[in-house]
Design a protein. Structure first.
Length: 104
């Protein structure tokens, strides 16, 4: 088995494929010291994301330990997560800043 996807943060619910993974093939990734896998439900292009679980419409997609968007349609486990089925959600970055002179 060859690792063909990266889990950036252990809280992520998607992995990034580091090579094209044809539908029906296994997506292998590391989580901590463990190697896990799932079956690609469709072709996953190089550098694109695969869903680690089933998503309903409106759910948060987490990558880098951060929400990168919400689903605009259902995505099955092993499905291709792309700009066709997620959308960006504006963030209030000012509220996330540490106040000047503050520790948190």
């Amino acid at each position: 088995m060859k690792i063909n996807a990266l889990l950036i943060d252990e809280t992520d619910n998607v992995v990034t494929c580091v090579e094209e993974v044809p539908a029906g093939n296994e997506v292998f990734y590391r989580k901590g010291g463990e190697v896990l896998s799932l079956k690609a439900a469709e072709n996953i292009p190089y550098c694109h994301k695969a869903a680690l679980r089933d998503f309903s419409e409106g759910e948060e997609v987490i990558k880098y330990g951060e929400m990168i968007g919400r689903t605009n349609s259902a995505i099955v486990k092993g499905g291709w997560v792309s700009d066709k089925n997620i959308y960006s959600v504006p963030r209030d970055y000012d509220s996330e800043l540490i106040p000047e002179g503050g520790n948190h």
